[in-house]
Design a binder for this molecule. Sequence first.
Ligand code: ADP
Ligand code: MG
Length: 967
Amino acid sequence: MIRQAKGKTPRRPPPKKPSNNQKDPVGVYCRVRPLGADDEECCIEVISNTTIQLHAPDGLKANRNGEYKETQYSFKKVFGIKTSQRELFEDVAKPLVEDLIHCKNGLLFTYGVTGSGKTHTMTGSPGQGGLLPRSLDMIFNSIGPYQAKRYVFKPDDKNGMEVQNQVDALLDRQKRDSQTTVPKTPTTRRIDPEFADMISPEEACKADGVDEDSSYSVFVSYIEIYNNYIYDLLEETPFDPIKPKPPQSKILREDQNHNMYVAGCTEVEVKSTEEAFEVFWRGQKKRRIANTQLNRESSRSHSVFIVKLAQAPLDADGDNVLQDKNQVNVSQLCLVDLAGSERTSRTRAEGSRLREAGNINQSLMTLRTCIEVLRENQMCGTNKMVPYRDSKVTHLFKNYFDGEGKVRMVVCVNPKADDYEETLLVMRFAEMTQEVEVARPVDRPICGFAAGRRQRNQAFKEELTRRLEERGGPVDGEFPTVLNQLLQSFPPLPPCEISGPNDDVTLPRLIEALEKRHKIRQMMIEEYNKTANMLKSVLQEQDSNILSKENFIQEQRGRLGEKDKMIQNQKNEIDRLEKKSKMLEYKIDILQKTTNIYEEDKRSLQQELESREQRLQRELSEKRRMESRMQGMVTDAKLKWEKECERRVNAKQLEMQNKLWVKDEKLKQLKAIVTEGKTENRQPQRPSREKDKVPPKRSASPSPVPSPYDGSQSSLSSLEPIYNFSQTVRSDPHFPRPGSVSVASCISEWEQGVPQSRRQGSQSPPDSRKRAQGLPNSLSRRRGRCWAREVPVQPADVDLEETTHWTGPPVRPLHRRSHSAGGERWVDHKPTSNVDLDTVLKPNIPNAIKVNAPNEKALSKCDRYVLTHQEVASDGEIQTKLIKGEVFKTRGGGQSVQFTDIETLKQENPVAASRKRRSSETDPDGEPMEGDWTDVETRCSVAVEMRAGSNLGPGYQHHGYPKRRKP
Ligand code: ADP
Ligand code: MG
């Protein structure tokens, strides 16, 4: 509220000013105009009476990847295309007019892109009056009966208002009447037909609570701000058609209450809506003319129409306006039609026009900046300087934002697609503006006079007129009835007819009576004064009571306001959060979709990983298998070589022994020859038998020592007993026992000999030297003979799964026992160290003599010999060898065995690695468990590849391996 000078103390102390912490947000309304006839695409949708939604036009959507295509904006209220001017006025401007009448300021501006309907909203068109004519109409409808006479209020040129005395006012009125031809009073509504339809009396509005004890007057001014210059549109300048003077710009000043005003601006007192609108229209025409003359675009200027309402209380009589400047209240309503908010580029301005456009843009930019800073200060509690002074528009309205009145903004939008981007900026600005709060204006102080003066005075006047009429018309100088009654209460005057100049009776009596009257009057005055004083004190008491009550009420109101504010804030917060949550929901949706895609990816990758792991596992186990196989092979080879070495050592030993023997023998023979010679010479005593036997060979002497390997039997026959198997077994402790390592080595030696012999062919005699290395002499010799044999040795009469069928060199049976007598008899030699494998492969030989160690007795009874020899191979297989041979009687009466055949039985050790093929699958009864597997072919074909860790049992862990032939 712009109050007048506060120098003097008001008659009554104003009620305690409530702490000015009550604030209201800037009311932002949105008006959507209908699409033009040429426009097709609509990019705005009103989704509720507070929210609109912007859709990016089709052309723009492609460019804006990432940004949301739809945005929502909320306002205090949204007016759709069908909103009438009246509806808009009721919601937006009516409260401001009510405030104006109640001494509060208001600022209403329209903001938007050119063509969005700002002027339509503010001014309107014939038949569709805008906010401005409607506001004026409402003001005059409300204050009509209480308007002061013209020139009672007079602007003081310092943004203040003073009250002229009645005489000056009368003189001014007379001057005006003589000067102009305009009708004195607005009683006759002579409206300019140009704007006649703007104001429709049917839609008249009226404010309540107009103070009837006040007098009102309306003043209007109309300015234009163009290119940051202020022009007075109501200034009366003498028009010079030859050299038209360019309009002079005005400056802004600050009054003593720190309110901004346009210095020297014309303020026209208007007494009716029509008059006011006519003044406006005058300004409007001037503006249009100036624009055409100076080639300006009206859309680039801001127009400000200011309505000032001056009000002052009537005096105690209720007759005249109180002649007290302190009691004059001036409130103002600014109606601003801002320039188009579009950016410079849009206007396609050039040169100086560009600068102008830049300035227009600049002033709107400043408005924007000011609002931003205000908002920031309010929200963050900062105290940044608001750059009001940067442009005239913001500077002029600085006080409003500082809490001198209500601020409202109508954001006009055109839903056409071309405006989309600009509209987006407008929306953002508008949303931000809503967050700025301005202090709520306080109520004006109440005038010190009793209320209802105007009415009482009116009533009194009416009553007087009535009574005078009763008496037959008014008489000049007649006292009012009340006064007459008062006079009648005095004692009557004595007759006062003076008889002469020296009348001593009448005059003193008259003097006495008058003195008496005077005394009574004095007394009455005293009485009156006393009563008045009493009354005054009572009244004062009442006053203070009322004052305290008022203060209390104010306080309560303040609190109520705070609560209201809080509620409003919370509502705003809820709105904001709701918007945010909507946005977040949208984001969540997107994120969820992304997550799903990633999960799918993850699953497929996991599957791939699993399959690769499986492959790896397989390869690993394959590798392990290979490794152990290689290990087995290595140990095999190692063992073989160890055996080989041992065998060679043994062979060497034997050879050396043999040599020793041969030498011994030679020596003996020599000795015998020597001794024989002697005895022959003296007394020949040679035993007959020996003589028979030994051929006369001496002549051939010195015969070379017969090699034990030369194949001649005769020279070695005497040695036979010594090499007799049984004898050796019995007598020579150094001779390796059967079943022991030596036997094995002998066998292996023998075995090795076989292929060699094969290589050399059956007819060629084997390298006897070599063969002799591993066997006792007699055996090797015999074998030497055997190689000459034509008949292959028959394999043992046992059903074996794996048999080494040796079709070796023919063996000539020597002194073989006749089989025809009663079948073969076997010596079954099983060393005690053997493990009973309890398999089907166990040879079952009927009538065999079972021995742990071979003895001559057993051998002598049989003609065949079998040694069961076992050894555990490095790969865990127990290998059973059945070494078969034939028993021969030696010439010396001993027994000799000639090995003819070896059967190798292989059995997989169940404790060792399961990869080995089992040689047999039998149950304890010795019956095959699975008939289908009885032959080797079937077993191999039914090889089942099982995974490690399978619990199917060892029965299925059968691997088909090709038959391995023992060399
Ligand atoms: P601005 O002042 O924002 O540049 P105007 O008020 O001059 O825009 O409006 C441009 C045109 O659109 C005018 O012809 C006006 O009559 C029309 N118009 C604007 N708003 C509306 C509305 N709400 N209803 C009907 N016509 C409108
Ligand atoms: Mg306009």
